[in-house]
Unconditional design. Sequence first.
Length: 557
Amino acid sequence: MDSLSETPDLTGEFPRLTEGQIESLARSGIRRRTEAGEVLFREGGECPEFFVILEGKVHIVEDLHGEARVLRVHGPGRFLGELGLLTGEKAFTSAVVAEPGEVLAVPVDELRSRVSCDPALADVVLRAYLIRRSMLIGSGSGFRIIGSRFSPDARRLRDFAARNRLPYRWIDVEEDRAAETILRRLGVRPEETPIVSWDGRVVLRNPSNAELARAIGLPVPGPALNTCDLLIVGAGPAGLAAAVYGASEGLTTTILDAVAVGGQAGTSPKIENYLGFPAGISGSELAERAVIQAEKFGAHIGVPASATSLDPSDGHYVIGLEDGTTVAARAVLIATGARYRRLDLDRLADYEGFCVFYAATLNEVAMCRYGPVVVVGGGNSAGQAALSLAEHALRVHLLVRGGDLTANMSRYLADRIERSPHVEVRCHTEVRELVGGAALDAVIVQNTETGLREKLDAIAMFVFIGAVPGTQWLAGRLTLDDHGFVRTGPDVLQPEDDEATQLRMPLLQTSLPGVFAAGDVRRGSARRVASAVGEGAMAVRLIHEYLERPGPAGDRT
């Protein structure tokens, strides 16, 4: 027996399918014999089939500095692949037959159909795939980003990969002893980095986010996305909810995001007060499930796609994108959310991306093991980050500007933080200075009541303070408040508007008929995941009512 294949599956990461499930899948697949050394799919390549092992064994391997490393051994009854198989991404590992036997090969499209109509199979496959993706990220498997920690482009690529939950290994040319050997083998000089390497070869040299997305297989905007009934700008909880409901109710639906699906919520290590998940759910898993659900109903997703303009044209609205292309839609939902503010500190930019973070995903947490860290902020995101980091970091200092931890944080989070022996809460405290050379060593903080300054050792700082709405591209087109949030419903009416006009005004409609807003980008939103999901669903109902009324877009009130 191979110990890797016989290890008890305690998490659901490596389940075995039942005979009934295999028989059901066999109606859509082909049984075929395998030979030792045969590659079923290769790292960095397409994977158009879902493989179930019937006989023999298969090694899951990755390229590590030019040598193959076995990650897992699968035996009869187990299935191969991970989340990218369902979302259309390239394979992040290779599958090589270790012992000859037989596999069942099912086309991925057929698997998606089976998953959509068989809840039991869907639960087994999706759970395993979500866990496998997390394991790949945690182990540093996948493609390689090789570069300098001081390079803005390297930081950009790492942030894009982390936000999109893409498995990758970071190789720092300043610190990693193997970096020089790898670059020499690839024929790349250090000054030519950052590069993306996959399967022992150079794939891209300093790519844009869109180029990296295309190489990985993320669904970037294309001809199929250029016209639709409903265009959603922003793929956070509100946007994803609208995509699911819009597509499931028959609207041709496109959803775009400048960085990644999930929005700010997608970076949350755990959401514990979301209905239906008593044990909590990570923001990334919630987003990944929503993406699969939206795509099942036919929604088109484009990432990265940054909107730059909004204009009415011939009964439609036309959204201009940063790459010069446009998307036309009969109705538009603005769900661009908000991003955290930056601290006004000298040398902040020097540390962003490798010592200063604005999210606490698996990638960031893994970089901060065993060292003291600082978390700045007093809201739920800061609290969730502090608790997640407390499981790995030596010490977590939570700095809160106000005097009451529950002023902007849910009581359940505040209670857990106060009980945690690894989290130290400092109220009335602000950061004044960052201390360090090439890496962060400490932060200077000040108590705003006493004026006392103190030096706190820290290898990283996580910042969750306030929010800036993603509406710069809408200035002059929609009515915004003084802080840039979108006004909706009665909030956009003028004092002279009569009562009938006020009653007709849909709650989530902006100052442009047919353009709606939902989630954190909207003035007056509750700033909670559940409320954002609710607003996204509500927006689809209002959009249906708008589309059913006669007259071209822009003429209706």
